[in-house]
Write a protein that binds this ligand. Structure first.
Ligand code: ATP
Ligand code: MG
Length: 331
């Protein structure tokens, strides 16, 4: 489906050269899931941009070869040829929905615009129906509300689903997802990644999943490619990389995967002395039946009321460490 041979990308910056990607080769079969992992600055996004033909002007690309579904991609493709590939062959799920979505355009309209770009002949009504269908396909329950909402009026997880819906517009063969869940909390992250897995199963699309998190890559890829400073340190089947990594760098990444710690946490040292000195056994903070409601005014549609907390009571004792746990949007 996708093959990349000897890809190198150098950025020119004020007389210096930054070798962001150095001699990277990999292949991706139909319906296959490849994870590219590496620390910040290892060249992951640069590879993404090269695959989608959106490298900035100061980037110099060299490659021995590259093909997407039989079409050469690292030659001098015109913008028109790239657009042809981006309609239906390769799609992109960006890292940050806050940057990728237009804050002042309703979500439904943004999906419809992507549909219009992809298939100019589809009629307006059919576009709206197709947008709703896509929102449904990415697991949005209240499709009508989300379609009418502006990006800031839905949760982070929903925004990321919207971006996946937009990626699905052209029914692509390959989806490149650049850290698609890095801004989300763990529970929402898991659901968004589950969704990508479902999509792979449903439609046999291939995925390049870019992540700095080996724990994410481990369970959700067939193969892993490990990058360090723009070079491949190793690549292979995911279970082999995770259970028997050859490179010291990969072992370091593995060691940094956080494990759930169950031992009792010690109170945070360095609490103000006064707190301890005046300890008379009474709680430090008492919250009694807290209700917090947000009212958002939206010109034509009137106002939306969100109950952020409904009757929360808690006491905080001196010298005690509390964990406050909840999903995104739980208040
Ligand atoms: P992160 O995990 O932080 O997103 P990354 O693995 O995606 O990192 P890249 O963004 O590909 O890394 O960056 C690789 C190298 O190229 C870094 O040294 C970065 O500073 C440099 N770089 C990226 N974009 C540019 C640019 N437009 N101009 C100059 N240098 C750049
Ligand atoms: Mg990046």
């Amino acid at each position: 489906m996708l093959s990349v041979q000897g890809l190198s990308v150098t950025y020119l910056k004020g007389g210096t050269q930054i070798h962001a990607v150095d001699d990277v080769s990999f292949e991706l079969g139909r319906g296959e899931r490849l994870a590219i992992i590496g620390e910040s600055g290892s060249g992951k996004s640069t590879i993404t941009q090269a695959l989608l033909g959106v490298l900035p002007n100061n980037a110099v690309l060299r490659a021995d070869g590259g093909e997407l579904d039989g079409v050469g991609i690292f030659g001098d493709l015109t913008e028109r040829q790239w657009n042809e590939l981006r309609r239906g062959r390769i799609a992109y799920v960006p890292q940050d929905p806050n940057v990728a979505l237009d804050p002042v355009v309703r979500i439904g309209a943004q999906i419809e615009e992507a549909i219009r770009w992809n298939e100019p002949h589809v009629e307006t009504l059919a576009r709206a129906a197709r947008a709703a269908e896509l929102l449904d396909a990415v697991g949005i329950d209240d499709v009508d509300r989300v379609a009418r909402a502006y990006p800031h009026q839905v949760s982070g997880g929903q925004r990321q689903r919207v971006l996946i819906a937009i990626a699905l517009v052209g029914d692509p063969e390959v989806i490149v997802a650049d850290e698609p869940t890095s801004g989300l909390d763990v529970a929402v992250q898991k659901r968004v990644l589950d969704l990508l897995d479902e999509i792979v199963e449903r439609s046999r699309v291939a995925i390049v999943l870019i992540t700095h998190d080996l724990a994410v890559a481990a369970g959700r890829s067939d193969r892993i490619l490990v990058l360090e400073g723009g070079r491949i340190v190793e690549q292979g089947p995911s279970d082999e990389i995770v259970t028997a990594p050859e490179a010291a760098y990969t072992r370091r990444l593995l060691d940094s995967v956080p494990v759930l710690r169950t031992e009792k946490l010690a109170p945070t040292p360095g609490l103000p002395a006064a707190t301890v000195a005046r300890d008379d056994g009474s709680p430090l903070v008492v919250v009694d039946d807290l209700h917090k409601t947000y009212v958002t005014r939206d010109g034509r549609r009137g106002k939306t009321v969100t109950h952020a907390t409904r009757g929360v009571s808690l006491t905080i004792d001196r010298g005690t460490t509390y964990g406050l746990v909840g999903e995104s949007g739980s208040g």
